[in-house]
Design a protein around this ligand. Structure first.
Ligand code: SAM
Ligand code: SF4
Length: 334
């Protein structure tokens, strides 16, 4: 397994397979989209798959496909199958907005996708359309239902919390009661210029620290008569990522809190990111990048592995509260 300069074992590769999307979430992408990478600038599915083989040889065993919206990339099911069949790869997961899951989930499951994170920031239909600019919340609900029916495990719901959106946090947390859904609240990260003064006007003050979130939810939960969230204390299944997990008594699912900012988890960082055009990013918050596209296309595996190693060796010890980046989340993959 590959160790980085700080002794962390890096075995988790997040691959953005497209910068395009069927939604335009306010904090992620401008309405008109971004200057899309031309198709031939993006790695082909074969190139992605070959890179996964090389990464597996360097100790990567877990892959997450993301985007943009990974389900809009043609051939994604075959990609999942080929990656799942790659020696050394133990798990293939996906982060999706869920809209296309009703049609695609069964085939993806059969192809080897085992876990999905579905992004959903509100339970209010109108607010959903506002945040996503044109999405219909029923489509995501249908996606969640299908994800459970076909047997993805776990099915996590990722909600970015923004103070000025005033989301119904208790309603979200209660999604974990009756079904095995794992709701995770993610601190909003002011990344890219759609968010700040040039765009939405959301600032660092819109990030609600997790401690405050937990308290808010517990206050409402007590008033609702369902008790309080209790830490599941070290019972997290392996590979559940950097959240702190809690549960309501008798609930089938859990409620997690991910604080990239107020309580960063850099010391446990186990990941490397790759953008759709083949650029490795050692840290979400740093613009330091390493392109493997040219050697990958030229079939120069030795150079690809050398650059992969350089990227690993360049992982910083922590993000040092640097949060601006030159790319938007949709171009990195979150
Ligand atoms: N389209 C897929 C989706 O929405 O799940 C995958 C890509 S999306 C960029 C991945 C995740 O990044 C989503 O959960 C999204 O909410 C999150 N994200 C995007 N911009 C963000 C920001 N500024 N702060 C925190 N999370 C963000
Ligand atoms: Fe698309 Fe996901 Fe970004 Fe929303 S968060 S615009 S669904 S890539």
């Amino acid at each position: 397994m590959g160790l980085d300069q700080h002794g962390r074992s890096i075995d988790y590769l997040r691959i953005s397979i497209t910068d395009r999307c069927n939604l335009r979430c306010l904090y992620c992408m401008p309405e008109e989209g971004v200057a899309w990478q031309p198709h031939d600038a993006m790695l082909s599915l074969e190139e992605i798959q070959h890179f996964v083989q090389l990464a597996a040889a360097e100790g990567f065993s877990r892959i997450r496909l993301t985007g943009g919206e990974p389900l809009v990339r043609l051939g994604v099911t075959d990609l999942v199958r080929n990656i799942s069949n790659t020696p050394g790869i133990e798990r293939v997961a996906m982060t999706t907005n869920g809209i296309l899951l009703p049609d695609m989930a069964a085939a993806l499951r059969e192809a080897g996708l085992s876990r999905v994170n579905i992004s959903l920031d509100t339970l209010d239909p109108e607010q959903f359309t506002y945040i996503t600019r044109w999405g219909r919340i029923e489509d995501v609900f249908a996606g969640i239902d299908t994800a459970l029916i076909v047997g993805f495990d776990p099915v996590k719901i990722n909600a970015v919390v923004v103070r000025s959106l005033n989301q119904d946090l208790l309603a979200f947390a209660k999604l974990s009661l009756a079904r095995p859904l794992h709701v995770r609240f993610i601190e909003y990260m002011p990344v890219g210029d759609v968010c700040g003064s040039d765009g939405l006007g959301w600032t660092a003050a819109d990030t609600i620290p997790n401690e405050e979130l937990i308290q808010l939810i517990n206050d409402h939960a007590r008033a609702d008569g369902i008790g309080e969230l209790k830490p599941i204390g070290g019972q997290e299944p392996e590979g559940w990522g950097p959240a702190r997990y809690y549960t309501f008594e008798g609930a089938q699912g859990t409620v997690g809190f991910i604080s990239a900012i107020s309580r960063h988890f850099c010391a446990e960082c186990n990941r490397l990111r790759m953008t759709a055009e083949g650029t490795l990013r050692p840290c979400l918050f740093s613009d330091l990048e390493f392109s493997i596209a040219a050697p990958l296309r030229a079939g120069d595996d030795v150079a690809v592995r050398r650059i992969l190693r350089e990227a690993l060796d360049s992982k910083p010890d922590e993000h040092h509260n640097r949060v601006g980046t030159e790319r938007l989340m949709s171009q990195i993959g979150g």
